[in-house]
Design a protein around this ligand. Structure first.
Ligand SMILES: NC(=O)c1ccc[n+]([C@@H]2O[C@H](COP(=O)([O-])OP(=O)(O)OC[C@H]3O[C@@H](n4cnc5c(N)ncnc54)[C@H](O)[C@@H]3O)[C@@H](O)[C@H]2O)c1
Length: 305
């Protein structure tokens, strides 16, 4: 492919004006300089397969709430792309340890479990320090630890309301801050993926879940705030906001709510956990290198109607 090179020439070098080219100059025109245009060969395009941009070879990821459900499914997606090591941070030891065994045996990745409560800032800082000591660094942080409860607003005890905000919103901040400090100190940037929810933008019906909805709206705006603050360090922050997904978090509501949730979703079904893995991989990898501050809703169309 040819490229155009533009160069200023002294007037003496100007050839007799031609009336047949678009660059013709009137003969009486007095000029000091004129623009000469020539075509030169463009450098051969760098061969870059788009799939290579999704590779995570050599990277280390931390996943909170990765012992099961959406966190585990997204952990699998990252491991399949060549991640070198993964840390699962969760409250549930048995599930967390077996998740690590499974990831190691299926993908050959180094996988370590760290038990903690995301509300406990000292435990979180200790765990992030331990990850850097044990696995070398933190390139990717995915924040999937979360809880939901359905309570009428007029009956919500402040303690119960506070618990949801504390785990979902404050816990996300505590983990992002602890990992962010390591990313900033290392100077290599990173990718932080928050798990919001469509409930951060809409109010679910028919169930009442004011604390959950408020917590997820907070998570999405926290993500946007950190994306603006930390772009200077090469740290990208984005969120995935799922609609109704088929995970243990929702099993208790199967009889009562699934039919209505499906009816209100244009695709007529709940999402499967692995249907978030492609987006998590995109956000974790260089394939999304210009994406920060974005909330990506994956909800089978729920929020469009
Ligand atoms: N399932 C859905 O329909 C849905 C929809 C939108 C958003 N989400 C969000 O996705 C995330 C994952 O949900 P899921 O469906 O996989 O739930 P899940 O209950 O299957 O998994 C959540 C994990 O977080 C862990 N966890 C909970 N509280 C914790 C704490 N205080 N400290 C450490 N770990 C803790 C749990 O042990 C569990 O392993 C949550 O943030 C949830 O709000 C879920």
């Amino acid at each position: 492919m040819a490229a155009v090179s533009v160069q200023l020439l002294p007037a003496d070098d100007v050839m007799a004006p031609s009336t047949t080219t678009p660059f013709a100059l009137p003969s009486q025109h007095i000029v000091d300089h004129v623009v000469a245009v020539e075509t030169v060969a463009a450098p051969a395009p760098r061969k870059r397969n788009v799939f290579d941009m999704f590779r995570l070879d050599g990277r280390v990821a931390v996943i909170t709430g990765g012992a099961r459900g959406l966190g585990y499914a997204m952990a699998e997606g990252l491991c399949a792309a060549g991640l070198s090591a993964i840390a699962i941070l969760d409250l549930q030891t048995d599930l967390g340890e077996s998740a690590c065994e499974q990831l190691h045996s299926e993908y050959g990745v180094t996988a370590r479990f760290y038990r903690l409560d995301v509300r406990d800032e000292e435990a979180v800082q200790d765990a992030m320090d331990a990850v850097v000591r044990d696995l070398g660094k933190i390139d990717i942080l995915l924040l999937s630890a979360g809880v939901a409860d359905l309570v009428l607003a007029e009956e919500y005890s402040p303690a119960k309301f506070r618990r949801v905000i504390d785990i979902n919103l404050n816990g996300s901040f505590i983990c992002a801050q602890a990992a962010g400090k390591h990313m900033i100190a290392a100077g290599r940037g990173g990718s932080i993926i928050f798990i919001g929810s469509m409930s951060g933008s809409i109010v679910n019906r028919p169930q009442s879940q004011s604390a959950y909805n408020a917590s997820k709206a907070g998570v999405i705006h926290l993500m946007k705030s950190l994306s603006a603050e930390w772009a200077q360090y090469g740290i990208r922050c984005n969120s995935i906001s799922p609609g109704y997904m088929d995970t243990p978090l929702n099993t208790a509501f199967e009889q009562e709510y699934f039919p209505e949730w499906k009816a209100r979703t244009p695709m007529g079904r709940l999402g499967q956990p692995e249907e978030l893995a492609g987006c998590a991989l995109w956000l974790a990898s260089n394939a999304s290198s210009f994406c920060t501050g974005s909330d990506i809703i994956i909800d089978g169309g729920y929020t469009v109607i």
